[in-house]
Design a protein around this ligand. Structure first.
Ligand SMILES: C[S@@+](CC[C@H](N)C(=O)[O-])C[C@H]1O[C@@H](n2cnc3c(N)ncnc32)[C@H](O)[C@@H]1O
Length: 211
């Protein structure tokens, strides 16, 4: 991969290039953000049992979100990611979690309803709406109990976050304005739990049919 991939029309090539490039410093530059992950997962526990669950973490990166499920008693945690360099770091840090290289638009290696919880943290604001919905559809298919998305809420982001997202060329604005509607299209109960710092947990409950 090279700098031309950053300008590629193929959003996944761009994502792979960006995250392979920043993998060596990713944990450092996201240190303050990941310090809030513990609080977010504690909020999640109020709505969804984690102990004893099987969990698939989509876009697991260096494993900082996935490991929290393991620490809270999830029986099996699997992470998938596009970026080899992010995966290598995750494997070294968390040898008791399985990590695979996979583009989440096609998760056919996993059967329907094969994980209790399918989650994604700071992943779905990246792709355009079309590809985001392809990934979301796969997440809903593979989840048995719930899909959990940890990401931006709809409040305007502070300058620094906007700068980072613009450099990454993510589709965060579109995510912020359309994601709740996109989640509701599946006909399951959806709950949005607002967190501090412009973040939210979006929880789709497959045990609750609506409409
Ligand atoms: C901002 S990082 C978040 C990492 C981790 N979830 C966390 O919260 O620390 C986004 C990750 O999603 C991965 N990613 C983006 N699009 C993906 C896709 N279509 N399939 C799998 N992984 C993807 C990137 O390679 C990157 O590692």
């Amino acid at each position: 991969m090279g700098i031309r991939d950053y300008f590629s029309k193929d959003g996944f090539r761009r994502e792979e290039f960006v995250f392979n490039t920043i993998a060596p410093v990713y944990d450092l530059i996201t240190m303050f953000a990941t310090m809030k992950y513990r609080k977010a997962i504690n909020q999640l526990r109020r709505h969804l049992p984690i102990g004893g669950a099987s969990v698939l973490d989509v876009g697991s990166g260096t494993g900082k979100w996935a490991v929290l499920f393991k620490q809270l008693g999830a029986t099996r945690v699997v992470g998938i990611d596009l970026s080899d360099k992010m995966l290598s770091r995750a494997r070294v840090s968390y040898p008791d979690i399985e990590f695979y290289k996979l583009n989440a638009v096609n998760m056919s290696m996993f059967e329907d309803n094969s994980f209790d919880i399918v989650t994604a943290s700071f992943v779905l604001h990246g792709p355009d709406r079309y590809n985001r919905n392809r990934i979301l559809g796969e997440m809903v298919r593979v989840a048995r109990v719930a899909v959990v998305v940890h990401d931006f809420d709809s409040r305007p982001l502070p300058f620094f976050s906007r700068l980072v997202e613009d450099i990454e060329r993510s589709h965060y604005r579109d995510f912020q304005s359309t994601f709740m509607d996109d989640l509701r299209q599946f006909g399951y109960g959806v709950r949005k739990v607002e967190l501090r710092s412009h973040l939210a947990l979006y929880i789709l409950n497959k045990r609750m049919r609506v409409g």
